[in-house]
Ligand binder design. Structure first.
Ligand SMILES: Nc1ncnc2c1ncn2[C@@H]1O[C@H](COP(=O)(O)OP(=O)(O)OP(=O)(O)O)[C@@H](O)[C@H]1O
Length: 271
């Protein structure tokens, strides 16, 4: 089965709502074309794993969708709003519907964990300090951090705790969509599995749509509903992980049928 056939099959199987719709996206830095006419749909309520070789533009895609990178051309709709060319007030409104957790956490180093989690509430809502602190504390519990971490600074946390704090901040405005950039990178296998479980649980409990850039095969098998493979400057194929081994492309074959993939698949079945 080729990429297009796999995509057609999964789309006709289920008529679902695209909460993110990327069309004809082109990103270029100087002479380097990173994306050329890239299309992608992200369905409501799914965990989409975005994979691809190093430098294929996974992070650039994430950054472009959330407005941190201006593309050369193309269109992006999030929850029906044109985030590239729509009215500014629509854009600002839609920004509150998503949260982003970057690879290194990107927390404010001079703020405590609680202050970090309260920051989006302070920016986007007019609620009282007391209510902000209560909601912030709730999000910190939700991601499995102890309450005593509220008063710690990011430098006083472990790498895994920093990732959870970043997730709590991403959840602070009760978003519909969460973007995660390599969330398990740098975690030990037990920490990474615990983080995957947390994402899976939160996605299920809160009905989140998750856009996750990852290299982690364990995460793909454990929690992703669908995979989008970036190669050749576009989404080469998208669909459930089971179909990936049948895609006739050297990188996809090597990635999804190599020994690491087989081990991850086995682990996924054992969970
Ligand atoms: N602001 C920028 N200016 C110039 N080039 C950039 C910029 N941002 C990204 N690039 C280039 O775009 C390409 C894609 O980068 P990106 O970080 O999206 O890759 P990636 O697929 O996430 O890679 P990795 O898996 O290694 O993290 C790289 O060649 C990178 O150097």
């Amino acid at each position: 089965m080729d990429g297009a056939a796999l995509q057609n099959k999964t789309q006709s199987d289920t008529k679902r709502e695209a909460v993110i719709r990327v069309r004809h996206l082109t990103n270029q830095f100087g002479e380097q074309v990173v994306h050329d006419n890239l299309d992608l749909d992200v369905w409501r309520g799914e965990v989409l794993g975005v994979v691809g070789g190093s430098g294929t533009g996974k992070s650039v895609l994430l950054r472009t969708i959330v407005g941190l990178n201006k593309p050369k051309s193309g269109s992006i709709e999030v929850l029906g709003v044109d985030v590239l060319n729509g009215p500014e007030e629509e854009r600002q409104r839609i920004e509150k519907s998503w949260g982003v957790a970057f690879q290194d956490g990107a927390l404010f180093s001079s703020l405590t964990v609680l202050q970090n989690v309260m920051a989006p509430l302070r920016e986007h809502t007019g609620i009282s300090e007391k209510l902000m602190a209560a909601l912030g504390g709730l999000k910190i519990s939700l991601v499995g951090l102890p309450q005593l971490s509220c008063s710690k600074f990011p430098s006083e946390l472990s790498g895994g705790m920093r990732k959870r704090a970043a997730l709590a901040r991403a959840l602070s405005l009760d978003p519909e969509i969460v973007f995660l950039d390599e969330p398990t990178a740098g975690l030990d296998p037990i920490g990474a599995a615990a983080y995957d479980d947390l994402i899976g649980e939160l996605q299920h409990a809160l009905g989140l749509t998750v856009f996750m850039v990852t290299h982690d095969l364990d995460s793909l098998y454990a929690i992703c509903d669908r995979i989008a493979v970036l190669a050749e400057k576009r989404v080469l194929v998208e669909g459930p992980i089971e179909g990936m081994t049948k895609v006739d492309h050297p990188w996809v074959q090597e990635y999804f049928t190599g020994p690491r993939a087989r081990a991850a698949q086995q682990k996924g079945q054992d969970r």
